[in-house]
Design a protein around this ligand. Structure first.
Ligand SMILES: Cc1ncc(COP(=O)(O)O)c(C=O)c1O
Length: 383
């Protein structure tokens, strides 16, 4: 089987599984307890926290451990919105994951205004036009690091720094679930105040995530109780999950990840390029500054993405249409529509997402199958 849905989730590293096993067998203590073994266990968690903060360029900031990317987004957005005493404007890219967009619906119900940032045909926020929307009413700008459907790397530095130059009180949030450790991130340099990540996208465990927060920023906790995580997220810490996450960070940092993934993607792109009726959505897929190394959005003229996905699955190749990481329901892709694709073009798209366990041979096999299936399936197209 060729697994090419690594943006939905990744297979955990063996070292992650071993670390989690070890933690559950030998270091299962509640890290808030006062005896020595628990304190040792807590030290391990602190090590992960510091490693995470270093990896996003925020030494000195806070790392709140959460139950995943969705929870990190929720804490950042609702936690900030609930500190506000007067209505404000939230500017957001229309291509965000539902973890952001649905949470903003709740923010709107609190009396705040939501406005969408303009997007160019390459699926990246148009910074010049976006900055025209920033004014003294703007309280927050939200923009993902990498789009989960097209792989477009967003111009965070220009957007966030530009917005702060207009209104220094603006708070910035980036959903880094698809970018973290596959595209370099430095929160200080990009002017990012909060960055949300998820462990299961980097070959770590599911149900674990983190939110990096600049230390001066105040948030209202969304899970209240025993006051863990400096009062920001109550509940006994998921120590095996957090240690598994730490192991995944370590492996990725030592694993030359962006280059390895881009090498695989280049192979796939090369095989598909120039084939009749096959196109790539988003920025130039081989431009490392604009396109993430692990996501390729491929459009087939005259073939529905869903049909292509099923045909590939019959040949043991797993890809997805759109983001598909929430439920089984199929929606028209917000990202593809935001960049101006027609419904038919969006419908004809599949997402191929690569992970560290894929091989160059798999890229060639997958491309061959796509080309072959496209030719075959086009014969059945309705005229
Ligand atoms: C961009 C983005 N944000 C948030 C999430 C949600 O992350 P989690 O599954 O860890 O809750 C996903 C999941 O695919 C995602 O792609």
């Amino acid at each position: 089987m060729i697994y090419l849905d690594n943006s939905a989730t990744t297979r955990p590293f063996e070292s992650v599984i071993e670390e989690m096993n070890r933690c559950m067998r030998e270091s299962y203590y509640n890290v808030s307890a006062a005896y020595a073994p628990a304190m040792l266990a807590e030290k391990e968690i602190t090590r992960v926290r510091n490693r995470f903060l270093r990896s996003v360029g925020l030494t000195g900031g806070r790392a709140v451990m959460t139950g995943g990317g969705s929870e990190s987004d929720n804490l950042a957005i609702m936690g900030f919105a609930e500190t506000l005493h007067a209505p404000g404007t939230f500017l957001v890219s229309p291509m965000e994951h539902p973890a952001v967009l649905e949470t903003l619906n709740r923010v709107q119900r609190l009396g705040h205004t939501i406005r969408f940032l303009p997007v160019g045909p390459d699926g990246r926020v148009n910074v010049q036009e976006a900055l025209n929307l920033v004014d003294q009413e703007t309280v927050m700008i939200l923009c993902m690091h990498v789009n989960n459907e097209t792989g477009a790397i967003q111009p965070l530095r220009e957007l966030f720094r530009g917005a702060k130059a207009i209104n220094s009180r603006v708070v910035t949030l980036s959903d880094g679930v698809q970018g973290y450790l596959r595209v370099p991130m430095n929160m200080q340099d990009t002017g990012t105040d909060m960055y949300a990540v998820s462990a299961h996208k980097i070959h770590g465990p599911k149900g674990v995530g983190a939110l990096a927060v600049r230390s001066e920023l105040r948030l209202v906790p969304q899970v209240t109780g025993g006051g863990q995580e400096a009062g920001l997220r109550s509940g006994t810490l998921n120590s095996p999950g957090i240690r598994g996450f730490g192991k995944a960070i370590e492996e990725c940092e030592e694993g030359n990840v962006p280059e390895r993934l881009m090498g695989l993607k280049a192979r796939l792109v090369k095989c598909l390029s120039g084939q009749e009726g096959i196109f790539f959505n988003g920025p130039d897929p081989l431009c490392a500054e604009k396109s993430a190394p692990h996501i390729l959005s491929v459009r087939f003229e005259g073939v529905r993405g869903e049909v292509m996905r099923n045909a590939l699955e019959a040949g043991n190749i797993l890809v997805s249409t759109g983001s598909a990481c929430g439920s089984h329901k199929q929606k028209v892709s917000s990202a593809l529509r935001a960049m101006g694709l027609s419904t038919e073009q969006a419908d004809g798209t599949i997402r191929v997402s690569i992970g560290l366990m894929n091989t160059p041979e798999e890229m060639e096999q997958a491309a061959e199958s796509m080309i072959e299936q496209a030719k075959l399936l086009r014969q059945f197209r309705r005229r």
